[in-house]
Design a protein around this ligand. Structure first.
Ligand SMILES: [Ca+2]
Ligand SMILES: [Ca+2]
Length: 301
């Protein structure tokens, strides 16, 4: 697997006149059934939490949403789309990393998934906030580990490791923008993924890339805004019932200290994610300025 690197855009919306503005967002609080927390639940047992399946649009009741024999989790690890049938003969096995995040109640859950031919991996976690960058080993992050599993892949000789961490939501609610990076060495190859958070109209949101899966790798600075805590009812939604989003094309226009980078919104809309609900005000965010944290740059990547 090639090492991956991507633009990191976590941010705020800043009006062109220097006045902070926010997109109008209508969000329904996630209502868990009585005594039941959706976080960490995995109804179909495919290794993707129900809320994570909600985030990527896969079917939380099906191990293999597109019935191509690759599980939804393996598709995320291989970089294929869990909603599009793949010809397995054209897929080259490779080591991989997939990291994602969502919020529920007082926690931000970070899901880290690795696939490789050996179970020996090296993982580091980094968190950037407005004024700080902290990098720790997996061992140091242990106090926040809430779930861990090792399973065999459907492909003989390959192994999947999953770790889920719960961090205090207050760490992120108190920051105007923040970012996570997960760096792993699997089968001797380094790869990294980032998740980027911001507040939109006081709602903690994530800057995600089109396709809803969060899979990146392109240097094209195109991002979308999604509430970090999925909207919807108390039950995991069916495919197609996606979050509210605002897909934006961002042009870098300047850098500041602490890894902060300013981007101009040159285009905005929801056409790339037709199944999603567009943020109110998305189309009028053109010419807004976002301030992101380039965590990969801070890490010297
Ligand atoms: Ca699942
Ligand atoms: Ca599949």
């Amino acid at each position: 697997m090639r090492p991956t690197s991507q633009s990191v855009i976590a941010a705020l919306l800043l009006g062109t006149a220097g006045v902070w503005i926010g997109l109008e967002v209508t969000q329904t609080t996630l209502l868990a059934s009585a005594g039941r927390s959706l976080a960490l639940e995995d109804i179909d047992g495919d290794g993707l939490d129900d809320l994570l399946e909600f985030r990527i649009g896969s079917n939380p009741y099906s191990v293999d949403s597109d019935a191509d024999t690759l599980s939804d989790l393996e598709e995320m690890l291989l970089g294929t789309d869990p909603l599009i049938w793949d010809d397995l003969s054209k897929i080259t096995p490779s080591a991989g990393l997939y990291a994602d995040a969502y919020a529920q109640a007082d926690s931000i859950y970070l899901s880290v998934n690795l696939i490789g031919q050996t179970s020996a991996v090296s993982v580091e976690y980094s968190m950037a906030r407005q004024q700080s960058l902290v990098t720790v080993t997996a061992a140091a992050a242990q106090p926040y580990l809430v779930a861990y599993s090792e399973t065999t892949s459907s492909r003989p000789g390959w192994y999947i490791q999953r770790a889920t961490y719960a961090f205090p939501r207050s760490w992120f609610e108190s920051e105007l923008s923040s970012a996570f990076a997960v760096t792993a060495i699997v089968d001797g190859v380094q790869s990294s993924q980032t998740r980027m958070f911001t507040h939109v109209d006081h709602i903690l949101s994530e800057v995600r890339f089109p396709q809803g899966s969060g899979r990146q790798g392109s240097s094209t600075p195109t991002g979308g805004l999604v509430p970090l805590e999925p909207s919807g009812g108390g039950e995991p939604p069916y495919p197609g019932n996606s979050d509210e989003v605002c897909v934006q094309t961002l042009q870098p226009i300047g850098s500041f200290g602490g890894g902060r980078v300013a981007y101009r919104v040159s285009a905005a809309g929801c056409a790339p994610m037709a199944s999603a609900t567009c943020f109110t005000g998305c189309s009028t965010s053109i010419e807004d300025v976002l301030i992101g944290i380039d965590i990969i740059g801070l890490l010297g990547g």
